[in-house]
Design a protein. Structure first.
Ligand code: 13P
Length: 244
């Protein structure tokens, strides 16, 4: 059985100074306490905000996650953050293989796989991001691309509680474009047999309070990975409130 509760995760990306992070976390904590949503809630702030956001959200029911980690537990890796460091700050999840890291940092499937093992060793669950580019969808290769990312990025010892998959078509990220509901369902259904049974599959890419209910109602969709709309507490909670 799949975990029944859907997961709504906010990827804040590289946004927020200390005071912004505090304010957003306070608002989220208050809204989550006042009106607990019918789903699991997670925020993934930039590394600089993890500590303060974690302190504010402690006991609120909103979990903490990071946006990336290094494959090594410690050592001479200037500028990097390790999985044990994230776990030490109270993180339960880490996003891995986001398309922005694959594109701008040249992260290969193999690099993502090594990070996944490191995350698991530190006790974190990995949210693995995959998704095709516009030209790959246009040429009918969307599933082949996603399949090879999944097969290349998932480490051997994968198990459903430690892995969440996020299907994020690159062309839908930050563009306001969203695939048809049929296309989302079709991709999620095609991906499912490639994953440990019970793995949750999130949709990500331009999810907002207006389209969330339709997306989250799809039986193949186990939650959402939200970028821009996760920076406004009300919008993020409206998306969470749209869960089944
Ligand atoms: P947007 O919701 O801003 O399109 O971003 C999606 C995303 O990349 C989440 O990881």
């Amino acid at each position: 059985m799949r975990e029944k509760r859907q997961l709504v995760a906010g990827n804040w990306k590289m946004n927020g100074l200390l005071e912004d992070g505090r304010a957003l976390a306070r608002d989220l904590g208050r809204l989550a306490r006042e009106n607990p949503p019918p789903c699991e809630l997670l925020v993934c702030p930039p590394a600089t905000l993890l500590f303060v956001v974690g302190e504010i959200l402690a006991g609120s029911g909103v979990a903490l996650g990071a946006q990336d980690c290094h494959a090594a537990p410690k050592g001479a890796h200037t500028g990097d953050v390790s999985a044990p460091m994230l776990a030490d700050l109270g993180c339960r999840y880490v996003i891995l293989g986001h398309s922005e890291r694959r594109s701008y940092h040249g992260e290969s499937n193999e690099a993502v796989r090594e990070k996944m093992v490191a995350a698991w060793e530190a006790g974190l669950a990995a949210i693995l991001c995959v998704g095709e580019r516009e030209e790959e969808r246009a040429s009918g290769r969307a599933f082949a691309v996603v399949k090879s990312q999944i097969q290349g990025s998932i480490a051997q010892s994968a198990a459903a509680p430690r892995l969440v998959l996020a299907y994020e078509p690159v062309w839908a990220i930050g563009t306001g474009l969203v695939p048809s509901m049929a296309d989302i369902s079709e991709m999620h259904a095609a991906i499912r047999p490639l994953l440990p049974s019970a793995t949750r599959i999130l949709y990500g890419g331009s999810v907002n309070p207006k389209n969330a209910a339709e997306i989250l109602a799809l039986s193949e969709v186990d939650g959402a990975l939200v970028g821009g709309a996760s920076l406004k507490a009300k919008d993020f909670m409206a998306i969470a409130g749209a869960c089944r």
